[in-house]
Design a protein around this ligand. Structure first.
Ligand SMILES: C[S@@+](CC[C@H](N)C(=O)[O-])C[C@H]1O[C@@H](n2cnc3c(N)ncnc32)[C@H](O)[C@@H]1O
Length: 358
């Protein structure tokens, strides 16, 4: 059980009521694709007089901007309550709603990390020729607070982007072709998002096994990608017809094998020194460092040097000396004893970084 609900399920109902059934600080990642309140008045036709199949659904309509804001405040507040301190919050929108949503986020304590521009390389043209073609949507990525230690796989994103730092402008086609779910030849959901968008979000800001929540399931894109990538999901929609579509979609997804989901490329080593570890008590003055087989040991001194066989040196110089090498990486050589286990001091660098630097 997950509070009053279960994981890997789609629930029917109002998302605000369902969110209340989820425990505080329990979700790793939230992706929300809420109603945009598009306010499209009248029907839109192409120059050849065919009708544009836009978003004209009842669930997207609100009586006023105030009503929209009140709704947004309620579901966003609940999302913040259920999000872990280390979690990430994503919301997508257009100029109709994203600025209003952004203000609410900031007002209640979220800390915006990026606004991502999803550039559509095949947007719907501005048929009337009265405005620029609206060729993008905006995603806000936020941490729970300014101090939150959120998850971000910087190196994985860089690797997937031809070894160039991933930028905040993402060029992704809108959802069509085989990916678009259809019933009787018609779009099954008017706002089905491309799975590439969710792949990037989930791969960059969560880990395998994490719990991912989507308060607005629709055709189930978030849940489908979460399942594929070995994450747990929980999602809501108040329309039974969409839930049916999403359930069918999920049945066809087979999660990738666990080993394929682990990131293999080592990220940059944290800028942490032995002195830093001593200052914060990860390594204690006077204790021994050990080689992995415990054959060699060296004692830690107050200046972060280690003494082996009566001779002082850095962790690197000392390990190189033992191994009779020119140089060696002492971080991977030395361990400390904690209870009955040996722990690599290299691990402490990451613990320190997570605790004090991110
Ligand atoms: C923009 S769509 C989400 C589309 C989805 N991301 C996808 O890729 O298919 C929003 C969905 O939220 C649902 N919805 C609207 N208001 C809701 C509410 N108060 N509680 C639960 N679901 C709601 C709608 O039925 C609609 O399916």
């Amino acid at each position: 059980m997950f509070g009053k609900l279960e994981l890997n399920k789609i629930y029917k109902g109002d998302c605000i009521e369902l969110l209340k059934k989820i425990p505080d600080n329990s979700v790793d990642l939230i992706f929300a694709d809420p109603p945009y309140n598009l306010q499209l008045n009248g029907e839109l036709y192409r120059p050849n007089q065919t009708k544009v199949n836009g978003v004209n659904d009842d669930w997207d309509k609100f009586e006023s901007k105030e009503q929209y804001d009140n709704f947004a405040l309620l579901w966003i507040k609940e999302c913040r309550r259920v999000l872990k301190d280390t979690g990430g919050f994503w919301v997508i929108g257009t100029y109709h709603n994203i600025f209003r949503v952004g203000k609410i986020l900031q007002d209640i304590g979220f800390w915006i990390l990026n606004d991502i521009i999803w550039i559509k390389n095949n947007p719907i043209p501005n048929f009337k020729g009265t405005r620029f073609t609206n060729a993008h949507e905006t995603l806000i990525w936020a941490a729970k607070s300014e101090k939150s230690k959120y998850t971000f796989h910087y190196q994985a994103m860089k690797t997937s982007n031809d070894d160039l730092q991933m930028r905040s402008d993402w060029l992704i086609p809108i959802c069509n072709g085989k990916q678009r779910i259809k019933t009787n030849g018609q779009k099954a959901h008017s706002t089905q998002k491309p799975q590439e968008l969710l792949l990037r979000i989930i791969l960059s800001t969560s880990n395998p096994g994490d719990i991912i929540l989507d308060p607005f399931c629709g055709s189930g894109t978030t849940a489908a990608v979460a399942k594929l990538l070995g994450r747990k999901y929980i999602t809501f929609d108040n329309k039974q017809a969409y839930i049916k579509i999403a359930k069918q979609r999920l049945k066809q997804i087979k999660p990738l094998d666990k080993p394929l989901l682990q990131y293999k490329i080592e990220r940059k080593k944290p800028k942490v020194t032995v002195g830093n570890l001593i200052e914060k008590g990860y390594v204690k003055i006077g204790e021994n460092l050990y080689s992995a087989d415990k054959e060699y040991k060296a004692q830690v001194f107050a200046d972060a040097s280690v003494i082996y066989n009566g001779e002082a040196g850095s962790i690197h110089k000392t390990s190189a000396k033992i191994l009779q090498k020119e140089s060696y990486n002492g971080w991977t050589y030395w361990h400390v004893q904690r209870e009955d286990k040996l722990i690599s001091i290299d691990r402490f660098r990451y613990d320190y970084e997570k605790e004090y630097l991110l």
